[in-house]
Design a protein around this ligand. Structure first.
Ligand SMILES: NC(=O)c1ccc[n+]([C@@H]2O[C@H](COP(=O)([O-])OP(=O)(O)OC[C@H]3O[C@@H](n4cnc5c(N)ncnc54)[C@H](O)[C@@H]3O)[C@@H](O)[C@H]2O)c1
Length: 267
């Protein structure tokens, strides 16, 4: 029997690069999956790519709409008969200096990256509590663990999403609900396209990553399956960096001569 056989997972941002791989991995583990995104064409492409079936259902929703976000968990429960996992993956960010962010942009980033996960969790929790079980997986970011320039709204939203994860764990552990977060490092997706179009930015990623490389979307998907499934039942309220060790230290900061192995690599 597969790990998530018969379970129902709701995945936001399903049409995005990481979302698609999360959906693929959850389905491969036996889950039925509600695909949520505002990109209707992207959801259609995903369903066609995965192969349509009764175990997939598309929900086109703009998560900036509070009422639509709030209604979603019950719609998914009504469609599939239960709601076992909520994966808050949809996200948005702009890259600009803090002093140039206007209040509307600030609020929009917080709406999608923080308020929507709050509204979805708030609506999913009573459904999960009535079932006596449920998993919430919030996709945060290493930018929610450490500050990076030009991402004020995004970093603040992701940092608060990590705290929302802990609050959910503390308030609802006794209801059978587990809430955990994943903090990806640099992942090659549409969101990070500009990193790979610039030699300087690519070099900076390599210099700051202990693994000297970046992640692919599938690297994020397997930890999500683990946190959504039964093997992680006693893990609650943690944030797992999936960043190749980036936030474990300051590998780009030289305080001693380069290790011999790296010197050899450069020669
Ligand atoms: N790519 C990275 O390097 C990276 C690093 C750390 C964290 N993350 C996080 O991972 C998650 C997925 O990122 P990605 O790289 O796959 O991005 P992506 O841009 O490829 O996908 C994001 C998806 O969210 C959807 N979305 C955005 N706003 C929405 C809204 N208002 N309503 C409904 N759907 C909406 C988009 O349509 C898109 O399909 C995000 O939360 C992001 O912050 C990404």
């Amino acid at each position: 029997m597969a790990e998530l056989d018969g379970k129902v997972a709701l995945v936001t941002g399903a049409a995005g690069a990481i979302g698609r791989e999360i959906v693929r991995a959850l389905r491969a583990s036996g889950a039925r999956v509600a695909l949520v995104d505002m990109d209707a064409a992207g959801l259609k492409r995903l369903t066609a790519d995965l192969g349509p079936g009764d175990d997939l259902a598309e929900f086109v929703v703009d998560l900036a709409d509070d009422a639509a976000a709030t209604a979603l968990p019950a719609r998914v429960r009504d469609h599939f008969g239960s709601l076992d996992a909520l994966v808050n993956n949809a996200g948005t960010r702009q890259v600009k200096p803090m002093v140039d962010i206007d209040p509307q942009e600030w609020r929009h980033t917080l709406d999608i990256d923080l308020t929507a996960p709050f509204l979805l969790s708030r609506a999913a929790i009573p459904i999960m509590a009535a079932q006596g079980r449920g998993k919430i997986v919030n996709i945060a970011s290493m930018a929610g663990l450490a500050a990076f320039r030009d991402r004020a709204a995004y970093s603040c939203a992701k940092s608060a999403l990590i705290m929302l994860t802990k609050v959910t764990a503390v308030e609802h552990g006794a209801d059978g609900i587990r809430a955990n977060a994943i903090a990806p490092g640099v992942v090659e997706t549409a969101m990070t396209k500009e990193f790979f179009e610039s030699e300087d930015l690519t070099a900076s990623i390599v210099a700051n990553s202990p693994m000297r490389t970046w992640a692919q979307p599938s690297d994020i998907a397997d930890p999500v399956v683990y946190l959504a499934g039964p093997r992680s039942d006693f893990i609650n309220g943690v944030v797992i960096p999936v960043d190749g060790g980036w936030t474990a230290g300051y590998v780009g900061a030289e305080l001693s001569p380069k290790p011999k192995a790296e010197k050899r690599l450069e020669e």
